[in-house]
Design a protein around this ligand. Sequence first.
Ligand code: AP5
Length: 216
Amino acid sequence: MRIILLGAPGAGKGTQCKRIVDKYSLVHLSSGDILRQERAAGTELGKKAQSYMDSGGLVPDTLIVEMMAGAIKKVAAKGFVLDGFPRTINQAQELDKALNANGQKIDAVINLVIDDSIILNRMTGRRSCPKCGAVYHIENLKPKIDGVCDKEGTKLAQRPDDTLDVVKTRLKTYHDQTKPVVGYYKSQNSVHDIKADMDVDTVTSLVLKTLESIIK
Ligand code: AP5
C-alpha cells in the first residue's frame, strides 16, 4: 500500500504515520526526519537544507525530489506512508512520474484538516526523543516521566523550528506553497479529508477506518 499524509505543520502527520505503519507493516518516509538525519550527519545535503529549515521555508525541489525518489525506491516493495512530501505541485508531479515509470500509483491520500489557531499550541508544546524520534506534547501527549522518552529513557528535546516566529512562517509557507497540493490530488479524486482537531486516538480511528474502506 502506498499512502500520502497531507496536512499543515503540526496537524499530526508524524503522530498518525507511526500508527499507520505499525498497523499495516509499512515504512514511514518523513522528508523532515530524513533532512534532520542528514543535518545531524553533517552531509552536504544537510548543510544545504539547514538555512531553509531554520527559517521555516522550503528546501529547494531539486534537492528534495532526488532525496525522496531514492528513499522510495529502497522501500517500494514493502509499501510506504509519505509524511511531508510532496509539498509543492512540482514535487507531486515528479512523484507521479517516478511511480508511473515503475508501474505504481498512490493508493490513498489522507488530508488532516485543522485550524491554524490549534496548531500554534501543538507545535510550541511538542517535544521529541533525539534517539528514537517518538513525539510527545507537554499537555496533550505526556511521557510517563516529565521530559523523558518512555522507550529510550532519553531527555526529550524541542525542535529548533518550533519557536513561535518560525512556526508562523512555516504556516505561511504551508498556505502559499503546500495547500495547492491538496487541490492537485482532489483533481484526481483521491483525497480523504479527516478532521484532525480531536484527540490523537480519535483521529487515528478515523484514519484507520478510512484506510480500511479503501483496502476493501
Ligand atoms: P517537517 O518535519 O515535515 O515538519 P512539518 O510538516 O512542519 O510537520 P511537523 O513534523 O512539524 O508536524 P506533524 O504534522 O508531523 O505533527 P506531529 O505529529 O509531530 O519539515 C520540517 C522542515 O523541513 C520544513 O519546514 C522544510 O524546511 C523542510 N522540508 C521537509 N519536507 C520538505 C519538502 N517535501 N520540501 C521542501 N522542504 C521540506 O504533531 C505535532 C504536535 O502535536 C506533537 O507534540 C503531537 O504530540 C501533538 N499532536 C498530534 N496530534 C494531536 C492531536 N490529535 N491532539 C493533540 N495533540 C496532537
